[in-house]
Design a protein around this ligand. Structure first.
Ligand SMILES: N[C@@H](CCC(=O)N[C@@H](CS)C(=O)NCC(=O)O)C(=O)O
Length: 151
């Protein structure tokens, strides 16, 4: 995982464009960052990791933007970037913004032609994603990292 560029910090201006003049200048001269999609998530694997795998499998160029401090999350919230006030958030180089990890992974699949050929194959992929999600949650319950159902 590469460390984020200083110009990739989330901001009240909409995440991709930092508000202060020095940062704005940095973003303008940082072509590497401008050309890349950005995945905003907390500093950890969590719901971001499967998206990183998907972006990696797609051969995408992206920047991990780690939200490390409360003020960075507040800046994203205040900018109205988070439809459900949660991360992850994917901001594509063309400006497309997607939240909800399931929607993001499917978006990546469609955008990079990895979502099968036709609705039957897409349904097969959806079933696999659903099953993998269930397996992950069972594992977390076994490790007592998620509450166990009383039933
Ligand atoms: N259904 C959402 C869940 C997202 C979610 O729970 N995000 C957590 C981090 S893993 C979050 O942003 N928590 C901050 C908060 O709720 O204030 C998804 O799959 O993206």
């Amino acid at each position: 995982m590469t460390p984020p560029h200083p110009c990739c910090l989330p901001s009240a201006a909409g995440g991709a464009v930092p508000p202060s003049a020095p940062r704005l200048l940095l973003a303008l001269i940082c072509l590497r960052c401008l050309r890349r999609s950005k995945l905003y998530y907390f500093y950890g694997r969590g719901l971001g990791e499967s998206l990183r795998f998907a972006l990696g499998a797609a051969g995408a160029e992206w920047e991990d933007v780690f939200v490390r401090e409360r003020k960075d999350m507040v800046a994203l919230l205040d900018a109205g970037e988070l439809m459900f006030e949660q991360l992850p958030l994917l901001v594509m180089a063309d400006g497309t913004k997607v939240v909800q990890s399931g929607a993001i992974v499917r978006y990546i699949g469609r955008a990079w032609g990895m979502y099968g050929d036709g609705s039957a194959e897409a349904a097969l992929i959806d079933q696999l994603l659903g099953g993998i999600g269930d397996f992950g949650r069972s594992l977390l319950r076994t490790l007592r990292l998620l509450p166990v159902s009383p039933f």
